[in-house]
Design a protein around this ligand. Sequence first.
Ligand code: UDX
Length: 446
Amino acid sequence: MPQKISVIGTGYLGATHAAAMAELGFEVIGLDVVPAKVELLSQGVAPMYEPGLEEILRRHVVGLPGSSGRLSFTTSFAEVAAFGDVHFICVNTPQRAGEYGCDMTHFDSAVESLAPHLDRPTLVVGKSTVPVGSAARLARRIAELAPAGEGAELAWNPEFLQEGFAVRDTLHPDRIVVGTTSERAETLLREVYAVPIAEGTPFIVTDLPTSELVKTAANAFLATKISFINAMAEICEVADGDVVKLAESLGHDERIGPKFLRSGIGFGGGCLPKDLRAFVARAGELGASEALQFLREIDSLNVRRRASMVELAREALDGSLLGKRIAVLGAAFKPDTDDVRDSPALNIAGQLHLQGAEVTVYDPKAMANARAVFPTLRYADSAIEAARGAHVLLHLTEWREFQELDPETLGEVVSRRHILDGRNTLDATLWRKSDWTLRALGRPRA
Ligand code: UDX
């Protein structure tokens, strides 16, 4: 059993991976280049909202009362290299500013900082989402820089966790994919993942490029499924159909399945949009742009949803946004996270504000992050405060709290009982019973 594991990068992926590895019984050290994050994590505090994460941090972070003491954090690469038998690199790989391609700066600099300290046989494992071909390049670079030379190996092990379910997805993944041609690397990773493997999680071993592609292909497929149903919503809109009933009926076909067929304002977040674009850019570099031409359409269908929602709001406000009061429920890119990266909800709130409406936003967890991105919007401390005096309400992130709102109570504080459901999760009958006009993209007016 590799007793000691290091995790480099402590974002959604790395912080959860480090905590989960400690939960599985390993001694773990997590590294981040941002001292403030290391400080927080060392006190058992998660730097982001992720259900269940703080509980496992508190169970294992060294020095906390009653903890196993198996988990610690540092900013030192030398310490990490001396400590770990297996080093997972989990840093973020964002979209390059002003381009479609993937920004590998953080990953490359993690490798450049770690490898010169690798003076004994060791395994580095990439988990971040990267353009295909990166792993082979980085494997060469590690062997070049490490005093251990070829003894410092690189394997690829993509991560498929969903924010909001990061802990569950890390402890009980639906598959483990490993890119390597080395028996030693495979054996070590089978030991790391012995618990989920014993639970029956499939363990797939393949080459480096295939393992990198599994992740980008999975995200491209999910994005395609969402944009497909949103394209059907556009058709329902002009043909007086109901996209929710359509999706429900399609989902019963086992070959299609019901998941990721929720139509609405489309996908956002730190992964799907940028991974899609990086995949398109990489295909172009490899001379295969035609193969992924359709993903450009998936992207533009998705972005169009945001504009369509703005238009639906304008229509609800009799053609003009100027000076109208709009309450936006939700700022996070999806529920159970405080992440507002490329959030459709916040993007729509911003567009409405820039076009002259008075927009007040409320989100159960993402207020601080939303304020940082969009300081010029108004923010309220509750749904009811946001709704006060509003000419229209926009439901843009499907938090459970919003499903449980009482239309009658809310109806008493608004200027007009008009709500637009951007996520197709509100009980339309209930709202209409309280004399609300409820509209959603791709659904009948009723
Ligand atoms: C995604 C992948 O699911 C995960 O496997 C990968 O590791 C990282 O990217 P995440 O970004 O956490 O995870 O979000 P996800 O749950 O996939 O949702 C992405 C977006 O699609 C959200 O904005 C969500 O609201 C939207 N969505 C999802 C829909 O609009 N309709 C759906 O049916 C499902």
